[in-house]
Design a protein around this ligand. Structure first.
Ligand code: FA5
Length: 344
C-alpha cells in the first residue's frame, strides 16, 4: 500500500471518530462509538494498524508516527465526550426540555389510617391489662350473631331492616344452608361465642374489627364502624371488676381528666347491663355497652354458670378516636380526604 493512501486513511478515520464522539448524546451511545473506533478486538483503529504491514519498509516510521497521532486524536475526542456526558449539569444543559428552575415533585409518604392506629394502641393498652387478641369473621351466621347471645328469633334486633342479611345468590355462592342465614355481623359480641365454644375458662380476650348496621350516617353514626369487644371469664368475677377495667382503660387511652359514668341498660346477653359514657364538650357520649355475661350465654357454650362468671363489653372505636383527637364528625374518617388523614 502506498504511504499516501495509508496516511489519508488515518486522517479520515480520526475525523470520523471525532465527529462520532461529538455526536454521542448519552453514555450508551458513547460506549458504542468507543467500541467501534477503539475496541481492542474489532475496533477500526485496530484494523488500520493491521494494514500498516502492507506499507513499504522504508515508509513504516512515517506511517507509525502518523498512526500514533491518529490514535491520540481519537482518544482525546473520546475523553472530551466522556467529560461532557459525565458532568450532569453539562448533560442537562444540552437537553433543552429541562428547566432547572422548576420546583421538584412533592412525594406524599403513606401512613396508617387513624382508626388502624387507634386499634393498635387499644391492643397495646389492653395487652398490658392481660387481654390477648382474638378474631372472628365479618360474615356471620344468625347463631353466632343472635341465638347464642340470647337474642331469640322474635327479637326486634333481628329485624331484616336493621341488619345487612346476605341475599340468596350470595349465600349460594358461599355454599351456605338456608336454616342458618348469613349476615354482616352487627356486633363483635359474635367473637365472645366463637372463643367460648373453642376454649375452656378462664378467658381474657379482646377482639377488634368492623361491624355493619344500616344506620343513617350522621356526626356520631356510620353504617360501618369498628368495635372493641372484651370478655373476661373466671371464678368470682364481679361488676366491680368490669367497672374498674373500663375506667382504667378509658383513662389510659383518653387521659386522667376524662369523666366516665355508667347507666343501667339492657342487652339480652348480659345481666345486669350498663352503658358507659365519657364526658365530651360539656356533655356525655356513649362509648360502649357492657355487663355481666348472662348465665344463658354461658350455658349455650357449655360453661357452668355456678362455676364461672364473667363480664363483657363492646366499645365504639371511632368514638374513642374522635374524643381523643377532638374530631366532631365520624364521617371524616371515611371521606379519604388526605388533608384530614395526614394529620395523624
Ligand atoms: C353493642 O353492640 C353490644 N354488642 C355491646 C356489648 C358488648 C354489650 C358486650 C354488652 C356486652 P351497642 O349497639 O350499644 O352495643 O354498640 C356499642 C357501641 O358501638 C356504642 O356505644 C357506640 O360507641 C358504637 N356504635 C353503635 N352504633 C354505631 C354507629 N352506627 N356508628 C358508630 N359507632 C356506633
Amino acid at each position: 500500500m502506498a504511504l499516501s493512501d495509508f496516511l489519508e486513511q488515518l486522517d479520515q478515520l480520526a475525523s470520523s471518530a471525532e465527529k462520532a464522539f461529538q455526536e454521542a448524546g448519552d453514555a450508551s451511545a458513547l460506549d458504542e462509538v468507543r467500541v467501534n473506533f477503539l475496541g481492542a478486538k474489532n475496533g477500526q483503529l485496530k484494523s488500520v494498524q493491521k494494514e500498516m504491514g502492507a506499507v513499504g519498509k522504508e515508509d513504516r516510521p512515517t506511517a507509525g508516527k502518523k498512526f500514533n497521532e491518529c490514535k491520540t486524536r481519537i482518544e482525546v475526542a473520546f475523553q472530551a465526550a466522556k467529560d461532557r456526558l459525565g458532568d450532569p449539569a453539562a448533560a442537562k444543559s444540552s437537553d433543552p426540555g429541562f428547566d432547572m428552575t422548576l420546583p421538584g415533585h412533592e412525594f406524599h409518604l403513606g401512613r396508617l389510617h387513624p382508626i388502624t392506629q387507634t386499634i393498635e394502641e387499644l391492643k397495646d393498652i389492653m395487652g398490658r391489662l392481660g387481654f390477648s387478641v382474638a378474631d372472628g369473621p365479618e360474615i356471620e351466621d344468625e347463631r353466632h350473631n343472635f341465638e347464642a347471645l340470647n337474642i331469640p328469633r322474635e327479637h326486634p334486633a333481628r329485624d331484616p331492616l336493621d341488619n345487612f342479611y346476605l341475599g340468596t345468590a350470595q349465600k349460594a355462592q358461599l355454599g351456605h344452608r338456608e336454616e342458618n342465614p348469613l349476615l354482616l355481623r352487627s356486633q363483635t359480641s359474635t367473637v365472645q361465642i366463637r372463643v367460648m365454644e373453642s376454649t375452656p375458662p378462664p378467658i381474657r380476650i379482646i377482639s377488634l374489627g368492623r361491624v355493619y348496621r344500616p344506620d343513617t350516617a350522621d356526626a356520631t353514626h356510620y353504617p360501618m364502624f369498628h368495635q372493641m369487644e372484651g370478655l373476661l371469664i373466671d371464678r368470682q368475677v364481679t361488676m366491680a371488676d368490669l367497672k374498674s377495667v373500663l375506667r382504667l382503660f378509658a383513662r389510659s387511652y383518653l387521659g386522667a381528666d376524662v369523666n366516665i359514668r355508667f347507666r343501667p341498660s339492657f342487652f339480652p346477653f348480659t345481666e345486669p347491663s350498663v352503658e358507659a359514657d365519657f364526658s365530651w364538650n360539656d356533655g356525655w357520649i356513649e362509648f360502649g355497652g357492657a355487663g355481666m355475661v348472662d348465665p344463658n350465654v354461658l350455658r349455650a357454650v357449655g360453661y357452668d354458670p355456678e362455676e364461672v362468671t364473667g363480664f363483657a363489653f363492646g366499645l365504639g372505636v371511632e368514638r374513642l378516636c374522635m374524643r381523643r383527637h377532638g374530631i366532631t364528625d365520624i364521617r371524616e374518617f371515611y371521606k379519604n380526604d388526605v388533608r384530614f388523614l395526614e394529620q395523624f
